[in-house]
Design a binder for this molecule. Structure first.
Ligand SMILES: Nc1nc2c(c(=O)[nH]1)N[C@H]1C(S)=C(S)[C@@H](COP(=O)(O)O)O[C@H]1N2
Ligand SMILES: [Mo]
Length: 532
């Protein structure tokens, strides 16, 4: 049974005119829906064309490379190892804001709005192709993302215009969709796009999963074993960092927004440039070389005075000098440039690599294949230099060249081209602003002058006389040295403890404060404590 009065469609004239705020919100939602489609479509395509081409990753990586050095320093200082999450968050917020504006434009001029979203796809395409390691396929995700977003915004904006056209019959005499229907369509689009994003990422993780390949690596027994670390290398002061850093606590610094995923079966290392015999080495070949253990401390040039960007581990790898001798280094060469899968370039003074020090093509740390964030399957380690001039992670290429011919990544951005580690020392115990009972106070910490070695550490209280600390056992010049000291007769009140180290050349750490840029921080570390 039907009731004629209720089965009749409501006449268009009965529609309420849309308020300004509702109009704006609707238009913004349409823009956001188009952006969500772009991200989802991009991730789905990237699952097939390769993860580096995903639009947000590509734009973020390009942003990292374009960021001026002071801003990058600020980010590393402020956000530490979370700098990439912060960057990604910033990109998502920017994209959302631009998308909302794009939506506002699109509801006025749908074709222009569509063109704007297509242009965003163009920016992503440019970013993806500008990566040093870019393949043509990396353009695909952003191209598809731009077109999908343009189509989405065009269709939704047109429907929204018809829905909000206000009272009165439609231009073509038919009733347009309701506002509610258009908003529901926009919301549904966001949901589908979110599914595409998670699905694309999951697929990508499966297709490019190297965790299994890493777990399958069988490390051969070392041909050269490191002597066991002397137990007395650690002063056994509670609260002092361990001598060997557990891998999970090993600091991490790099420009990689997403970790390079390298299947060792498809990995090879090219050795070329000013050499008599260019080489191409596969992973099995690398493992078949005599592997050496090397205990060494790695530090970052971005480490602030007293900072934590320094760690120590037992590396395992093939001898880098032996490999270079096999390749036959030609006269005139003075720089060894490592290139990573993600396009990082790191240049080390060749003379130092060949001066008799141990240096490795490392495949393992602390007895396990390199973790993916630390450079799986292979990285360089050259003691005595900051990571940015010695420790190429995800290494795929070694070029013997000259400093005159090539500036590596950070040198192009103004950093010192040599990157020799500066002498540093820090107080770890007592902790900053600790309250300690009066009397004898144990002070302890860590010092390093990698490859030169530490000869002495001194502390002083409230600017008084320097007192010689007790150095823990020496485990070798390529390692940091821990130390302890008893501050006798500490009296109640607030006190400042300062530390300085002397390296084996006799050079005393300078008091002059320098920022990490461009050659590493200098200055004495101090800590303020309250004696009760
Ligand atoms: N491919 C690549 N290798 C890299 C970097 C990078 O950004 N990309 N950063 C370097 C820097 S600045 C440092 S301090 C060390 C840090 O190594 P870790 O993360 O294993 O501690 O890696 C070096 N190797
Ligand atoms: Mo670094």
């Amino acid at each position: 049974m039907s009731n004629p009065t209720t089965s009749t469609a409501r006449p268009p004239a009965a529609r309420r005119p849309t308020g300004r705020l509702a109009r704006t919100a609707g238009a913004a939602l349409i823009g956001l829906a188009a952006a969500a489609v772009a991200v989802g479509a991009g991730e789905l395509v990237a699952a097939f064309s390769g993860p580096d081409g995903a639009p947000v990753v590509a734009v973020g990586s390009a942003a990292i490379d374009l960021t001026p050095t002071p801003l990058k320093e600020y980010a590393v200082r402020t956000f530490g190892t979370r700098d990439k999450e912060v960057l990604l968050g910033g990109i998502y917020l920017t994209v959302a804001a631009l998308a909302a504006l794009g939506g506002l434009l699109a509801v006025r001029r749908p074709a222009v709005g569509a063109a704007v979203f297509a242009a965003f796809g163009g920016v992503g395409t440019w970013a993806a192709l500008s990566r040093p390691s870019a393949a043509t396929a990396d353009a695909a995700p952003s191209v598809v993302a731009g077109l999908a977003a343009a189509a989405t915004v065009y269709l939704l904006a047109r429907a929204w215009r018809r829905a909000t056209a206000g009272p009165g019959p439609e231009e073509d005499g038919t009733a347009g969709p309701s506002r509610r229907a258009v908003l529901a369509a926009a919301g549904g689009t966001v949901a589908v796009a979110a599914l595409g994003t998670t699905g694309g990422r999951a697929l990508s993780d499966r297709r490019y999963d190297v965790a299994k390949a890493r777990a399958a690596v069988r490390l051969p027994a070392p041909a050269v074993r490191a002597a066991p670390l002397p137990a007395a290398a650690h002063p056994r002061v509670p609260g002092l960092s361990p001598f060997a850093t557990p891998t999970g606590d090993f600091y991490r610094v790099d420009t990689a927004l997403t970790l390079p995923r390298i299947d060792p079966r498809r990995w090879s290392l090219r050795v070329h440039g000013l050499v008599d015999h260019p080489l191409l080495i596969g992973f099995d070949e690398l493992l078949a070389m005599p592997l050496e253990e090397l205990d060494s401390t790695l530090t970052c040039v971005s480490n602030e005075v007293g900072g934590r960007y320094a760690s120590t581990t037992r590396w395992l790898g093939a001898s880098l000098p032996a490999l270079l001798r096999r390749a036959g280094v030609q006269r005139g060469a003075d720089q060894l440039v490592g290139r990573s899968k993600d396009g990082m370039t790191i240049g080390t003074p060749l003379e130092s690599v060949l001066d008799g020090r141990r240096a490795l093509l490392a495949v393992a740390m602390d007895g396990e294949a390199l973790p993916i964030p630390h450079g799986f399957p292979c990285r360089t380690v050259v003691p005595g230099f900051y990571g940015y001039t010695s420790a190429t992670k995800w290494l795929v290429d070694l070029e013997v060249t000259t400093f005159a011919a090539f500036d590596p990544y950070w040198v192009k951005r103004g950093w010192d081209r040599t990157g020799t580690v500066r002498t540093a020392s820090r107080i770890e115990v007592p902790a900053p602003f600790a309250r300690v009972p009066a009397g004898d106070v144990t002070v302890a910490g860590t010092a390093w002058a990698t490859h030169r070695g530490i000869a002495a550490v001194e502390v002083r209280v409230d600017g008084g006389g320097w007192e010689e600390c007790l150095l823990a056992a020496d485990a070798g010049p390529d390692l940091w040295r821990q130390w302890s000291h008893t501050w006798t007769g500490a009296k109640p009140g607030t006190h400042r403890i300062e530390v300085r180290a002397t390296d084996t050349t006799g050079a005393v750490q300078t008091e002059a404060r320098a920022a990490p840029f461009p050659a590493g921080a200098t200055g004495w570390h101090s800590t303020v404590v309250t004696v009760t």
